[in-house]
Design a protein around this ligand. Structure first.
Ligand SMILES: C[S@@+](CC[C@H](N)C(=O)[O-])C[C@H]1O[C@@H](n2cnc3c(N)ncnc32)[C@H](O)[C@@H]1O
Length: 238
C-alpha cells in the first residue's frame, strides 16, 4: 500500500511545497548542522529527493533509497537537472542493499518511519540503519509530533495551495494509535480534477521510538524539537 501510494504521488509530490527548491535548501541547511563536512550520507527514505538533493547541493556525498521506485528514479532525474549526483535505488529500509559500515550518516526524514505499522518492523528498520552506519556514525530521523497528535487526534489537515493551483488536504481516520490518511489533490485545469489516495501510519511517540532505537543498539538518543520543521531524533552509533 505504501509503495503504491508514493508511486502514485511521485509526479506531483513537489507541488505540495510552495517552492520546492527553497524547501530543499532550507531543510539541507538545518540538517547539515548535524552532519559533519565530507560525510557519506544515506537517505533511506529519499522520496523524490527533498533532503537528499539539498544535501548533495551542500557538497555531501549522498546516496538515496526508497520503497517507491518511481520516487527514487525521479530523485535521480531532479538531482541531475540541478547539476548534482544522487544515485538512488528502490529499497525497503527493513532490508537495505548496502554493506555494513558504509555510511557516516543515515537519514530518514519527513515521517517515513511511521509508515511501518508494527514495532517489529520499526525495529528491523532501525537495526538495518545501524548495520550500514559506521561505528561513530549518526542516525537522523524526523517524525510528525505524534506526542501531541496522539492527544489531539486530528481528523483532517488544513488545506494548502501549491504551484499551478493544486489544493491539498488530508482526512485522518483513526484506529487506535494507527490511522489511515486519505490524501486529496484538487488540480485546477479546464475543470477541477480530483485525485484521492490512501496510506497508513502508526502515530508513534518519541518514547516508543526511543525504546525501539535502544533495542536496535543505539545507546543514546536525543530529540530536538526546534531544529527542524519536525521533531528530529539524532542517535550516534556507539
Ligand atoms: C513523506 S515521504 C518523504 C520523502 C522524502 N524524505 C521527502 O521529504 O521528500 C515518506 C517516504 O518514505 C518512504 N517509505 C515508506 N516506507 C518505507 C520503507 N519501508 N522503506 C523505504 N522507504 C519507505 C516512502 O516511499 C516515501 O517516499
Amino acid at each position: 500500500m505504501t509503495g503504491a501510494f508514493y508511486d502514485g504521488l511521485a509526479g506531483t509530490y513537489d507541488l505540495m511545497f510552495p517552492d520546492w527548491d527553497a524547501s530543499m535548501a532550507r531543510q539541507a541547511a538545518q540538517l547539515s548542522e548535524f552532519i559533519p563536512l565530507g560525510a557519506r550520507v544515506l537517505d533511506c527514505a529519499c522520496g523524490i529527493g527533498t533532503q537528499a538533493i539539498g544535501l548533495a547541493q551542500c557538497g555531501y556525498s549522498v546516496v538515496g533509497s526508497d520503497l517507491s521506485p518511481k520516487a527514487a528514479s525521479r530523485a535521480v532525474a531532479e538531482a541531475f537537472a540541478r547539476g548534482v549526483s544522487l544515485p538512488a535505488f528502490a529499497a525497503d529500509m527493513r532490508a537495505l542493499p548496502f554493506v555494513d559500515d558504509s555510511f557516516d550518516v543515515v537519514l530518514a526524514a519527513d515521517n517515513a518511519v511511521p509508515h511501518l505499522l508494527a514495532a517489529d518492523d520499526v525495529l528491523a528498520a532501525l537495526r538495518e540503519m545501524r548495520r550500514v552506519l559506521r561505528p561513530g556514525g549518526r542516525l537522523i530521523l524526523s517524525t510528525r509530533d505524534y506526542d501531541t497528535i496522539r492527544r489531539e487526534r486530528p481528523l483532517s489537515t488544513p488545506p494548502s495551495v501549491g504551484p499551478g493551483r493544486v489544493v491539498w488536504f488530508q482526512l485522518w481516520h483513526w484506529d487506535g494509535d494507527r490511522y489511515e490518511l486519505e490524501m486529496f489533490q484538487l488540480h485546477e485545469a479546464d475543470s477541477w480534477r480530483v485525485v484521492v489516495s490512501k496510506a497508513r501510519y502508526w502515530a508513534i511517540t518519541r518514547h516508543e521510538l526511543t525504546e525501539l532505537a535502544a533495542r536496535a543498539g543505539f545507546g543514546y538518543v536525543e530529540w530536538l524539537l526546534h531544529a527542524y520543521y519536525q521533531p528530529l531524533m539524532v542517535a550516534p552509533n556507539g
